[in-house]
Design a protein around this ligand. Structure first.
Ligand code: ZN
Length: 169
């Protein structure tokens, strides 16, 4: 059973950069990617996050061809020697509102085989208000943006999982 998610510094950087690039794309786009690492002692340690460039992306959704996605997941597992943990995607602020909650569409995993264990949503918004610390979210700011990462357990009813990063925010 997964009790929490820990992100490596590298994976954190990759997800933040993907969120910023998506936000800065014309009309804003969601970005998504693959999480690789290990589960041990109840901790899902995300060692690598890899942006996935296939599929359709709009400002409120992202979808992929499941077959092509699985091929990419399998190739990455082999190349890295790490396990597939799940995926991440970004949520942009639209009309001054944003959400780090899973939408109904988000409850369909991008990959079934190997199974998705977790999903990370990285919400990003441009705002100068300070970010309050949270027990559940990893939150931070930089380059004029604020972001909030939320982690969900795909195997146990989309329960929210506390998420930490090895990066100082
Ligand atoms: Zn979503």
């Amino acid at each position: 059973m997964i009790k929490r998610i820990t992100l490596s510094e590298n994976a954190t950087d990759t997800i933040i950069n993907a969120a910023v690039r998506g936000y800065e794309a014309p009309y804003k786009e969601e970005r998504l990617g693959i999480l690789l690492g290990r589960v041990s002692g109840g901790i899902a340690l995300v060692k690598r996050a890899v942006v996935y460039r296939g599929g359709e992306r709009t400002r409120t959704s992202a979808s992929v061809d499941p077959y092509k996605f699985e091929l990419r997941v399998n190739a990455l597992q082999e190349e890295s020697g790490l396990d597939f943990l799940g995926s991440f995607h970004t949520h942009n602020e639209i009309n001054s509102s944003f959400s780090s909650a899973l939408s109904e569409a988000d409850k369909t995993p991008l990959c079934d085989d190997p199974p998705s264990l977790i999903e990370i949503i990285a919400a990003i918004w441009a705002n100068n208000a300070s970010v309050r610390p949270s027990r559940y979210y990893f939150q931070g700011s930089g380059g004029g943006y604020r972001y909030r990462f939320a982690g969900y357990d795909y195997q146990r009813g989309f329960r929210i999982l506390p998420i930490y990063s090895r990066i100082a925010c």
